[in-house]
Design a protein around this ligand. Structure first.
Ligand code: MG
Length: 430
């Protein structure tokens, strides 16, 4: 089984992500790098995994700097001062999961080639073992202030009332304090780190944010902010307590952070294309790491995913939910009520669905419908098959994690017909 998925190494803590695995990963990283900075989110498995990795790194002769419990973007920003960064996190997964994500100096997650390098060292047990006088050393440092100062310089002052829901994740140690330093009146929800995530599921999707919506209304706040477990994601609610759809937030940031170019995933709404008319919009596979890689390749100004990942490449290629929160607050301070700013953006009807399909049948089904789909319009096949028609688009894509083929259709008008056409094709291929 491949060790790395699209979000690094992730699995059930102490079952798949074991101390032995952590030790081996540490040995492999330490065989390739001279220094590493290591941090973790608040999960119950974090310290266990951290100690395993540190032992491996030291044994291979790599020096280690520990920064404790920090958000992923804080760790990735600190990585610029070391050979690499190691973040122990399972992001927005449920509490029983653990994970390891590796970072380059520029905030880009390890790419496939680098991951394969680590994996082959582990598979062949070809790690370096240092002699007694070459064993690595550990020191500890504080990196949150460094990240906060950079964000304060980039975001400026604001005097809004903001509700922040950290979901008991790593953002608890930075976002509320940072917004207060900007000048905001901050009301915190779930802002004590807790690896059991007792308040809500760590994923910042609408159904998990009812408390944020209600509190934002009850407090008469200007907006509400929510993070996932490791704070690389940020979602928001407006001053009326309405959850902001990811596509809307993407268009909102795109308008203000770019003049020329932006990178978005292939399942992004055409509303974003329409609103950012005149800019070059690069489309990638679904996944923030693909957005980050394309940003670097194209030297584009901003990248984002509707799931809540926002990348500011002049600072780092790691999605930064904290910087995104500060930027959002600064924009609302300057431009006025968030509900009105969001309502300036058009809404097009979208249908998302899925057809059950056994994993082993996915490839043949996709092959069978490719020809017919291509007749509907202009095709893009970087991730599943997306067809753009005159009036909208449809994406047919095998799920990476479930026995399903997903269909997403969006159109200025006639979305039902477009969805039905794709659904008929998929069903006919099974
Ligand atoms: Mg995350």
């Amino acid at each position: 089984m491949a060790l790395f998925g699209s979000s690094g190494i992730r699995g059930l803590a102490n079952k798949e992500i074991t101390p032995e695995l952590a030790l081996n990963v540490g040995l492999a990283i330490g065989s390739l790098h001279k220094s590493a900075v290591i941090g973790r989110d608040p999960r119950t498995s974090g310290e266990m995994i951290e100690h395993g990795i540190i032992s491996g790194l030291l044994s291979a002769g790599c020096d280690v700097t520990r920064v404790g419990m920090v958000p992923t973007p804080t760790l990735a920003y600190a990585a610029r001062n070391y050979d690499c960064g190691v973040m122990i996190t399972a992001s927005h997964n449920p509490p029983e999961y653990g994970g390891i994500k590796l970072w380059n100096k520029n905030g880009l997650a390890f790419n496939t080639q680098q991951q394969d390098g680590i994996e082959s060292i582990i598979r062949d047990r070809k790690w370096k073992i240092a002699k007694w006088d070459g064993i690595g050393r550990v020191n500890e440092t504080e990196v949150i202030e460094d990240h906060a100062k950079m964000i304060l310089a980039k975001a400026g002052k604001a005097s809004l009332k903001v509700v922040v829901d950290c979901g008991c994740g790593a953002a608890s140690v930075i976002t509320p304090y940072l917004l207060r330093r900007m000048g905001c009146k901050v009301v915190t929800l779930n802002s004590q780190p807790d690896g059991f995530f007792p308040a809500r599921d760590p994923e910042p999707i609408e159904k998990n944010l009812e408390m944020l919506k209600k509190t934002t209304i009850a407090m008469g706040a200007d907006l509400g902010i929510a993070h996932d477990g490791d704070a690389d994601r940020m979602m928001a609610v407006d001053n009326r307590g309405r959850f902001l759809e990811g596509d809307k937030l993407l268009a909102f940031f795109g308008l203000r952070e770019t003049t020329k170019s932006i990178v978005v995933p292939v399942d992004t709404s055409i509303m974003v294309d329409d609103v950012l008319n005149g800019r070059t919009i690069y489309k990638t596979r679904v996944g923030d790491v693909y957005v980050a890689e394309e940003l670097m390749k194209r030297n584009a100004q901003f990248g984002g995913e509707p799931s809540g990942s926002w990348i500011f490449p002049e600072i780092s290629l790691c999605p930064d939910g904290i910087l995104a929160a500060a930027r959002l607050v600064a924009i609302v301070e300057k431009e006025g009520h968030l509900d009105a700013l969001i309502d300036e953006l058009p809404t097009y009807p979208m249908i998302r669905g899925a057809i059950p399909c056994a994993n082993e049948k996915k490839a043949s089904a996709m092959k069978a419908i490719a020809g017919s789909l291509k007749k509907l319009g202009e095709v893009c096949d970087i991730d599943g098959i997306r067809v753009d028609t005159n009036n909208g688009w449809v994406l047919v894509r095998p799920s990476g994690t479930e026995p399903k083929i997903r269909i997403t259709a969006e159109a200025r008008t006639g979305v039902e017909e477009l969805y039905a056409k794709a659904e008929t094709l998929v069903k006919g291929s099974l």
